[in-house]
Write a protein that binds this ligand. Sequence first.
Ligand SMILES: NC(=O)c1ccc[n+]([C@@H]2O[C@H](COP(=O)([O-])OP(=O)(O)OC[C@H]3O[C@@H](n4cnc5c(N)ncnc54)[C@H](OP(=O)(O)O)[C@@H]3O)[C@@H](O)[C@H]2O)c1
Length: 162
Amino acid sequence: MISFLWAEDKNHVIGYKGRLPWKLPNDMKRFKDLTIGKSIVMGRRTYESFPNGPLPKRLNIVMSRNSKYQVKEPAVLINDISDLSKYVDMNSEIVVIGGSKIFEAFKDIVDRLYLTKIDYEFKGDVKMIDLDYSKFKLIEKEGGIMDEKNIYPYTFETYQRI
Ligand SMILES: NC(=O)c1ccc[n+]([C@@H]2O[C@H](COP(=O)([O-])OP(=O)(O)OC[C@H]3O[C@@H](n4cnc5c(N)ncnc54)[C@H](OP(=O)(O)O)[C@@H]3O)[C@@H](O)[C@H]2O)c1
């Protein structure tokens, strides 16, 4: 099963200058809860945005068209979606964590969407791709808790393909 996991602002912005445009620790916690123990798939640029290399306690699968691109162990590199089954059981949950190019590559086969909607406008240079939400059903929605460390209004949503 393929899932998407991402956070976007009011204008669907997801990235700026190779980083996330915001700090939202509660969203980082949700990210962790939804990915620990699973396989995560990411683009080369998203991988390079992690300051300490592969994320622990998850199989990190990095996509690049450059077959010589070096990832830090224990991450693995794939050059094409078709290589995914070499590393993961396709019946287990595989969480695609972006960025936009990687969401594009998986959009026709994604089953579940874990989305954080941040009700704020940020400067950005990467946006989430268009998804056809009529093909998905909202199965969970939860307002995010705001505090001194989580200063933007946000909502967690989960959709399942109909
Ligand atoms: N808000 C969020 O939830 C969220 C989530 C993820 C990322 N982001 C942000 O988004 C930005 C990065 O996203 P991005 O869209 O620029 O880059 P990206 O999707 O992370 O990476 C793009 C790279 O992935 C490789 N790639 C793309 N499609 C491929 C395919 N079909 N097969 C094999 N390799 C493929 C290529 O690598 P090569 O050039 O090496 O061939 C391409 O340059 C950063 O700012 C990051 O912080 C935000």
